[in-house]
Design a protein around this ligand. Structure first.
Ligand SMILES: NCCCC(=O)N[C@@H](Cc1c[nH]cn1)C(=O)O
Ligand SMILES: [Zn+2]
Ligand SMILES: [Zn+2]
Length: 484
């Protein structure tokens, strides 16, 4: 673990001491939040009520800090079976309105992925449990811990009766894991309202690539999600009665899916790499500087061999090249046992992670043309339909923005090191939506370590990351004030 290069002085020292002294209280609040099963993924009323309770808990915490809190009604989620469920209100909160100070807005989410002990957790996922400095529990790193770290930083200034160095705003939602329903609409609606005074947006919803070295994230990939349906009829067939006399939808689909990517990970759709920017030598050097132990990463991922042998190649294929993943087949027989069915209609699902300069509608056209061509070669009598059901743009930040400079300085103060300047292979759609709509600087400042296991069993945040992360946000406020 790192120690700061030179000890903090003055106000910063007081702030750090306060956070150290009160760390058990901060952990206790995280425990209370983790105890709320705020799962937005499973659309059931019991869990929606938990989400509403979680939203109230967070809103109360913000009110206790003296923030002005609005709970914005987000309407209802319509389910495919005709039922509807309430979407938890989105929290818009503000603390301070000094025109001489910059206004920094933090985005975070209170909802979590589903978690059941029998999925392979060693401890109860909704009971925060500390083992060797690791705080286990669903939502600890994604995203309750980072949301609370920001609140801890603010509350420290309040507790010390110190002026906040910046005006602070919060956008906290409860549907991120279910696609941030209603959030984009709210951002558009509040562009000239709540967001008009916002100068900077900070998101802390991803991880470092290391267990030790802090990171600053300046880009994420986008995603285009495709469904390819192959249909003979709406009913299944008995393979003893029909096997051998018809084009089987599953055989067509497997051929289609098998035509998308080769065994080296290269996407086989003609033209797909055409707009991807070539790699420069300077860019390659940036990957060399990243603290990633390939062997450790491979072992902790339990993968025998990655497609690439060097750190640089691996990072480039995660961050700056597109990738194609096949996710599943709807309508397929997937249960244990040996049923002799021929599915009558199947839907293959795959997505392409997009990188800067790729054009989403060109990608859509290329995918459709390719699948049409492969399907036509099969002379199948089935019907094929391809649709792009989701299109999320990649996001790239301007790392020359003041807030990146402030964050680098704060990281140096707290951790005594320069951050890894990283991108992220996944997509945080709201970053690009904020950037395009509000047209203000967006930064991702992650707190969690590479092995935190977001979305997985045994999710955790290290006590060290949580507490030093709270200090990091406090130091960031002070650095932002200095730069303004
Ligand atoms: N570390 C943050 C990851 C957030 C995340 O999992 N985002 C999803 C968003 C998405 C993309 N396509 C559909 N949903 C992701 O898969 O990247
Ligand atoms: Zn998240
Ligand atoms: Zn998540």
């Amino acid at each position: 673990m790192f120690s700061p290069s030179s000890p903090p002085t003055g106000l910063l020292e007081k702030v750090f001491q306060y956070i150290d002294l009160h760390q058990d209280e901060f952990v206790q609040t995280l425990k209370e939040w983790v105890a709320v099963e705020s799962d937005s993924v499973q659309p059931v009323l019991r869990l929606r009520r938990e989400l509403l309770r979680m939203t109230d808990l967070a809103a109360d915490r913000l009110r206790n800090l003296g923030a002005h809190v609005d709970l914005v009604d987000a309407g209802f989620q319509q389910l495919p079976d005709g039922q509807s469920l309430p979407i938890p209100p989105i929290i818009l909160a503000a603390l301070g309105n000094d025109p001489k100070k910059p206004t920094v807005c933090f985005y975070g989410h209170l909802d979590v992925q589903p978690a059941r002990r029998e999925d392979g957790w060693v401890t109860d996922p909704h009971t925060l449990t500390e083992v060797d400095g690791k705080l286990y529990g669903r939502g600890t790193t994604d995203n309750k811990g980072p949301v609370l770290a920001w609140i801890n930083a603010v509350s420290t200034f309040r507790a010390l009766d110190e002026d906040l160095p910046v005006n602070v705003k919060f956008v906290i939602e409860g549907m991120e894991e279910a696609g941030s329903l209603a959030l984009e609409e709210l951002v558009q609606k509040e562009k000239a309202g709540f967001f008009s005074s916002v100068d900077y947006i900070v998101i802390s919803d991803n991880l470092w690539v290391s267990r030790r070295t802090p990171a600053l994230t300046w880009g994420t990939r986008g995603n285009s999600y495709f469904m390819v349906e192959v249909k003979c009829r709406d009913q299944d067939f008995h393979s003893g009665t029909f096997g051998g006399i018809l084009n089987e939808p599953m055989a067509d689909l497997v051929a289609l899916l098998g035509s998308l990517v080769d065994s080296s990970g290269r996407i086989l759709i003609p033209g797909i790499y055409d707009h991807v920017a070539p790699v420069t030598e300077e860019e390659k050097r940036t990957y060399e500087a990243i603290d990633l132990d390939l062997e450790e990463y491979r072992n902790s991922s339990q993968v025998k061999k990655f497609l690439f042998d060097t750190k640089e190649e691996l990072l480039m294929h995660l961050w700056r090249y597109p990738s194609l993943s096949i996710h599943g087949i709807e309508g397929a027989f997937h249960e244990p046992g040996a049923k002799t069915v021929i599915p009558g209609r199947v839907i293959g699902k795959f997505s392409i992670r997009l990188v800067p300069h790729m054009n989403m509608s060109v990608v859509e056209k290329q995918v459709k043309q390719h699948l049409d061509y492969i399907f036509s070669k099969r002379n199948s009598s089935n019907q094929m339909t391809v649709s792009m059901t989701l299109g999320l743009h990649p996001w790239v930040a301007n790392i020359r923005d003041n807030q990146y400079l402030a964050a680098k300085r704060a990281i140096k103060t707290v951790f005594g090191t320069e951050p890894d300047m990283i991108r992220d292979g996944s997509t945080i759609p709201i970053a690009r939506i904020f950037q395009d709509t509000i047209q203000k600087s967006v930064m991702m400042l992650p707190l969690g370590a590479v092995d935190d296991g977001e979305h997985s069993q045994k999710e955790k945040i290290n006590r060290w990351n949580y507490i030093e992360g709270s200090k990091l946000f406090a130091a960031f406020f002070l650095e932002m004030a200095k730069l303004h």
